[in-house]
Ligand binder design. Structure first.
Ligand SMILES: [Zn+2]
Ligand SMILES: [Zn+2]
Length: 306
């Protein structure tokens, strides 16, 4: 029973949008739960076109308070209110994010129909939701910025129907309980899930750097990610600019992905100066072959670790 864990890129440009790329935002979806990372201007239209539901269990992670990562948040909250959202909304970000939200929503007379549960970002575990654990780490940018690691909670092991049959567990509801890692009782006998399933599988991990220089600390933080989404604002020939503006080149992102032994790397936050990002991808693939370029509207599946 494979639960789908999908990552959709909603905006993949840096600083300014281009005709094909909007400002930064990424959605992770798993069984109706949504984790949205950054909310660049225009995120609402993408959320709608990619059918990311706004009424369910939802967490918004903001990396830092640069306009391109946060100005879409207010409009999103307003739309949720117009749709009469009632469920609390988890928001994680630098502590000044809450102040910005309070001041702007007050000035614009935005009354929310739902509570915001705000957790200030700091190094370590910042939030646990129904399906995920969220960790943060300091990024190395020009303002206070955080990188996030969204870890799926451990999943029950592979279910072996023949073992369940041998133990005379009738097919149906009881099988489903065991598959979910819960014990059942058959004819007075208690059957624990390990009797019919493989060992629990570690959850899948998606890492998101936000804007940052590469660092050893981030390579450790992202170790073993199934998918790492990393700042790739510049190509290698523009490294000076990357250093000066506290961003990364695609080759630096690839170097970090290699050090961190991640499974797959998605480059994002491309400078609008490049009409094509194929040279950035090429440079990265020389260092870390399993590299792809994020694109607006692209959805990828994150598989289980081998
Ligand atoms: Zn940015
Ligand atoms: Zn920035």
């Amino acid at each position: 029973m494979l639960v789908r864990l999908a990552v959709t890129f909603l905006g993949t440009s840096a600083a300014v949008p281009t005709p094909r790329r909007g400002l930064p935002a990424v959605a992770i979806r798993r069984e109706g739960e949504v984790v949205l990372m950054d909310c660049g201007e225009g995120v609402q239209r993408r959320v709608i076109s990619e059918s990311v539901g706004l009424g369910g269990d939802m967490t918004i992670l903001i990396t830092h308070l640069h306009g391109d990562h946060v100005t879409g948040l207010l409009g999103l909250l307003q739309t949720m209110s117009l749709a009469q959202r009632r469920k609390p909304l988890n928001v994680v970000g630098p502590h000044t994010l809450l102040k910005w939200l309070e001041v702007t929503s007050d000035l614009l007379h935005i009354g929310l129909t739902f509570p915001i549960v705000f957790s200030p970002a700091r190094a370590g575990v910042v939030l646990r939701t129904g399906g995920f654990r969220v960790r943060a780490a300091k990024a190395a940018h020009s303002v206070e910025a955080f990188a996030y690691l969204v870890e799926e909670l451990p999943r029950p092991g592979v279910f072996y129907p023949e073992k369940a049959k041998a133990l005379k567990v009738p097919e149906g509801k009881l099988w489903s309980r065991l598959q979910k890692g819960r014990p059942v009782t058959v004819g007075g006998r208690k059957i624990e899930p390990p009797a019919v399933t493989g060992p629990p599988r570690p959850g899948r991990k998606v890492g998101y750097s936000g804007d940052t220089r590469p660092s050893k600390a981030l390579a450790r933080f992202f170790a073993g990610c199934d998918l790492l989404i990393f700042d790739s604002t510049f190509r290698e020939s523009d490294r000076e600019k990357a250093v000066e503006r506290r961003h990364s080149t695609s080759a630096e992102a690839a170097e970090l992905a290699k050090q961190a032994h991640v499974h797959r790397l998605a480059l994002t936050h491309f400078s609008a100066r490049y009409t094509s990002v194929s040279s950035l991808v090429k440079e990265a693939r020389k260092i870390f072959p399993n590299t792809m370029a994020a694109a607006d509207g692209l959805t990828i599946e994150v598989g289980y670790p081998e």
